[in-house]
Design a protein around this ligand. Structure first.
Ligand code: FE
Length: 205
């Protein structure tokens, strides 16, 4: 393997932080004492990572695709427009929505730690918190995107947004072609968590 850390899913074994080791020990203790069912815990984490959380963001994206007035409100004041749908609160107090176009692709990172818009995306994936992603998303976003399977043309500029405790970003991905006949709910089902972080494009069904 080359000098740089590879972000491909099969290579994302990040070095464990002190807090992660503490959590693992706590979890082992709770499971050992029979207080926690590991399968139930896994299911809970999976649900917040992939289902409940990102579905909120997907709802807002699909609404923006189908309702031009909502799209304008979402881009003008993300926090207020998300609140209209009932999405707000901790870790989502100051939201900015960044829109992908034919010539601009947005990518979200938190270089310092793992700031992430919980109300619209749920729990951050492990790779988002890895030192490799946090460093390389800024230094070489195009290579990072390629490792996630996203090939952008030369004409597309990549904008990298560094999340902080003050402001969180959500990518408004491009609506895929040939989806004119789909309604908001059907469109929402196409929108993935990764597309709203900016490491994936939304694919046509
Ligand atoms: Fe952070």
């Amino acid at each position: 393997m080359s000098g740089k850390e590879n972000l491909h899913p099969s290579h994302r074994e990040a070095v464990k932080s002190e807090i992660e080791e503490r959590v693992e020990k706590l979890e082992a203790l709770l499971v050992g004492k029979g207080l926690v069912d590991p399968a139930a815990l896994e299911e809970l984490v999976h649900t917040y990572e992939h289902r409940i959380g990102p579905r909120n963001g997907a709802h807002a994206v699909a609404k923006a695709w189908t309702d031009p007035a909502y799209r304008r409100r979402l881009l003008a004041d993300g926090t207020a427009a998300l609140q209209e749908l009932g999405y707000g609160g901790r870790q989502g107090e100051h939201m900015q929505i960044v829109e992908n176009t034919e010539t601009i692709h947005n990518l979200v990172v938190c270089t310092l730690c793992s700031c992430y818009p919980w109300p619209v995306l749920g729990l951050p994936p492990a790779w988002y918190k890895s030192s490799a992603y946090r460093a390389r998303a800024v230094r070489e976003p195009r290579s990072v995107l390629e490792e996630f399977g996203v090939q952008l043309g030369e004409e597309v500029n990549i904008r990298v947004w560094d999340s902080t405790a003050e402001i969180r970003y959500l990518v408004l991905p491009q609506r895929p072609p040939d989806t004119e006949l789909l309604d908001e709910q059907q469109l929402s089902a196409l929108v993935t968590r990764d597309s709203m972080i900016g490491v994936a494009l939304v694919e046509a069904p």
